[in-house]
Design a protein around this ligand. Structure first.
Ligand code: OSB
Ligand code: MG
Length: 371
């Protein structure tokens, strides 16, 4: 591929249902869509799904915008790249900024796919034609509201539900949902909100009797030792999300036994290229993985489905239907779960047609770099 132009589109979409985690509440999202154009006019698309504020990770839409325009895109222009992995290598000196790298890496993969005619799943080595989708449900104003939400998604066929928890909203919602929904595959995600205080540990231990598939990211991202201690103590597996930003972190997780399950997020790990290696390492060490989401619009969601088609993704991924989040998506007929299963696209490129009119209508800022 020979990239001659790169455009960033900062796109704002409202959420159909406000989403609350242990740290914040969101009514709309702004993601940065990356458009790379090859010398032959072929286009690759990627999505930078950074949150607006640095509560999940240090990256934000503003920092990603700055670093992508300043450090990630300029070295790509007017050069010849064989593979997306070669594109990724140009940023070996850039520390962090995983979300920004992920969006540009994804655009390189979809461009490579469009140029070669091979689907993303084929290029990545996917082996499944369908992936199992779970849903992630935010903290609701009341337990009744939560039960209503879980009920709607179970009725829609989702076989796995993850509940956001936070100190003060943990054992009660889990007990109520478990009582109402029997043997539903249920897990919780704390987004790092707990410490090793007696009160917090009592709450985490109190989740034990409810047959959770995992407790995701109980402690702050760098609190490896707390994760290791809890993992050794509880039967419920600890899954790491925020802690694992790169392959060195994954090695730390495995060596310290700080978690037994890995959430591979394409965005958090810096793209499909490192996600692919993380999947290989996880397989080698027999760590079950699944693909987490960042409420992606249609482009990032397509990449999540593609990586979820790899053999090691043995647990349901957060690849729910686009309409759980948005009234209209930036791709036409985007990712849809039917009875909790998403068909893996076989078309090349993103695998879905980008709705460029709708994209333009919702764009609040653009930046173009050319040769
Ligand atoms: O921790 O998985 C998370 C959304 C924003 C920030 C962090 C997380 C999430 C989700 C969303 O859980 C999952 C999805 O995209 O469906
Ligand atoms: Mg998480």
């Amino acid at each position: 591929m020979h990239i001659v132009s790169a455009t960033l589109h900062r796109v704002r979409l409202p959420l159909v249902h406000a989403f609350q985690t242990s740290s914040h509440r969101k009514n709309h999202l702004e993601h940065i869509i990356v458009q790379l154009t090859d010398a032959n006019g072929v286009v690759g698309w990627g999505e930078i799904a950074s949150p607006s504020d640095p509560y999940y990770c240090p990256d934000t839409a503003d920092t990603s915008w700055l670093i992508t325009g300043r450090n990630l895109l300029p070295p790509l222009l007017d050069k010849e790249f064989e593979t997306p992995a070669d594109v990724n290598l140009t940023w070996s000196k850039v520390r962090g900024h995983q979300f920004a790298k992920a969006g540009v890496d994804m655009a390189a993969w979809t461009l490579h796919s469009a140029l070669t005619g091979h689907s993303l799943t084929d290029l990545l080595g996917g082996t499944r034609s369908e992936v199992v989708a779970g849903v992630s449900l935010g903290i609701e104003p009341t337990l009744d509201d939560l039960v209503t939400q879980v009920g709607q998604h179970v009725d829609n066929g989702y076989p796995r539900v993850k509940l956001k928890i936070a100190p003060g909203w943990d054992v009660d919602p889990v007990r109520v949902v478990r009582a109402e929904f029997g043997d539903l595959d249920l897990h919780v995600d704390a987004n790092g909100a707990y410490t090793e205080s007696e009160e917090h540990l009592t709450a985490l231990r109190g989740l034990g009797p409810y047959g959770l598939t995992m407790i995701e990211q109980p402690f702050a991202p760098n609190n490896w030792l707390a994760s290791r201690r809890l993992s050794a103590e509880l039967d419920t597996p600890i899954c790491l999300d925020e802690s694992v930003e790169d392959l060195d972190d994954l090695a730390t997780m495995i060596d310290l036994k700080a978690g037994r399950i890995l959430n591979i997020k394409v965005s958090r790990m810096g793209g499909l290229t490192p996600a692919l290696v993380a999947h290989e390492v996880a397989q080698q060490y027999e760590v079950p993985v699944w693909c987490g989401g960042m409420h992606e619009f249609g482009i990032g969601r397509a990449a999540n489905v593609a990586i979820s088609s790899l053999a090691g993704f043995s647990l349901p991924s957060d690849v729910s239907s686009w309409d759980k989040y948005y009234a209209r998506d930036i791709v036409i007929d985007g990712v849809t779960a039917d009875h909790g299963r998403v068909t893996v696209p076989t078309a090349s490129g993103v695998g879905f047609e980008v709705d460029t009119d709708f994209l333009a209508e919702n764009t609040v800022d653009t930046l173009t770099l050319t040769v």
